[in-house]
Design a protein around this ligand. Sequence first.
Ligand SMILES: NC(=O)c1ccc[n+]([C@@H]2O[C@H](COP(=O)([O-])OP(=O)(O)OC[C@H]3O[C@@H](n4cnc5c(N)ncnc54)[C@H](O)[C@@H]3O)[C@@H](O)[C@H]2O)c1
Length: 450
Amino acid sequence: MKVLIIGTGYVGMNTGVVLAYLGNQVTCLDVNEEKIAMLRQGKSPVYEPHLEETLQLVMNKIQFTSSYTEADIPNTDVVFITVGTPSLPDGNADLRYVRQAAESIAENLGEKFTVVVNKSTVPIGSGNWVEAIMHEHFNSNHDGQKADFNVVSSPEFLAQGSAMHDSFYPDRIVVGSQCERSVERLQELFSPILRQDFPAPPGLPRPEGLTEVPLLVCDLTSAEMIKYAANAFLALKISYVNEIGRLANKVGADIQAVSKGIGLDKRIGNRFLSAGLGWGGSCFGKDTAALVATARDYRLEMPIIESARAINYGQRVLAVDLLQEKLKILKGKHVALLGFSFKPNTDDLRDAPSIDISKLLIQRGALVRAHDPVALTNARSHYGDIGVVFCNEVGEALKDAEAIMLVTEWPEYRELDWESIPRVPIVDGRNFLDRERLEGLGFPVIGIGR
Ligand SMILES: NC(=O)c1ccc[n+]([C@@H]2O[C@H](COP(=O)([O-])OP(=O)(O)OC[C@H]3O[C@@H](n4cnc5c(N)ncnc54)[C@H](O)[C@@H]3O)[C@@H](O)[C@H]2O)c1
């Protein structure tokens, strides 16, 4: 099929590359011309394992543009909207990019039936809103012509760091539409993924036993709600274990043993049960805030989700408090932060715990040096002014450090030459380091909930 992707961020690039790999003719459009210039050279503007390698395999099936006219919408079968939907100060999602994309699509529609799939995470009800904007915009640009398109919701569930894997081998695909033509077209487009009958790309082997992926077809509003409800559930699972971790710390239990014991119960499962600094990233914070804001429109409270948010952001303060308790005085102390991205295998810093932690440490008088294997370019360009010294080498961050805080569980931090590092207190914000070994070497190690 001929597919157009609007927005070449983490979601758009993965979707585009996967659909091109499956044999479709894909155009990726972004208003950011710098990104388009990079992509035309086969370079990914975001760091995501396997993305650039797979992109280079499909360069003959994919093209890049920043022009809606060049994108040839009249001959396109499916248009995906994958633009950002960041948070507004009141928690609602900022839909300005979705509106711009919808208007530009409507302006350029032709006579052929087009399916417009919204993959951006948008507040419940936004699919209808997009359709209404498109009709309005189409009518004011196409005198007397009748628009032939349908807006579908197909939320994205990928996780950064394993986005390519998650896109080729998803747990499910959700299609929210009551238009038979749209559902049939998407069923056909997604059929290699649903049937799992494509050759696995290099470096991304198919999970053992995966022979098909379930497709859930439902109404548009339910599809939009599934995305928010799923993210909120994962977020509160993390906050739940962090709340239990706080009590574990008081009563002298070890949250890692407790998590293991809980997670072995198949009804609960062991994922998203690691105590630590909590979630960050572009989704959980903004999506839980948007869900609470939507409920507010209906004069409904969401106390479970609001508590999950409070616990999550409290973990960042807790980590600094733990360090302060150990050092007594933070003023003038050199603290090395290991990791700045919100999780390993990404360069994304949106809502990263490292930012709040750095600001809090600096506010309490500490001197902060931070290292990250891939996020330093982003860190310098977005957070160059918060007072953190960003270090290209981990040794530079550790030099003269009077305390260490592990913020992101990049595997290489486990493998540091710990024997050569002065024995200063370590706050292991992810319960990730080899605590026994480090304690054996003489490091005082403070875990979270341990
Ligand atoms: N990142 C994730 O892990 C993830 C997972 C699931 C869902 N989502 C959702 O997917 C959406 C996209 O997220 P992302 O992380 O890929 O965002 P992103 O910020 O990385 O990318 C968005 C891109 O859209 C482009 N854009 C903005 N307005 C445009 C327009 N009018 N026309 C063309 N391009 C335009 C921007 O330049 C940017 O490159 C969000 O709604 C997000 O909540 C993200």
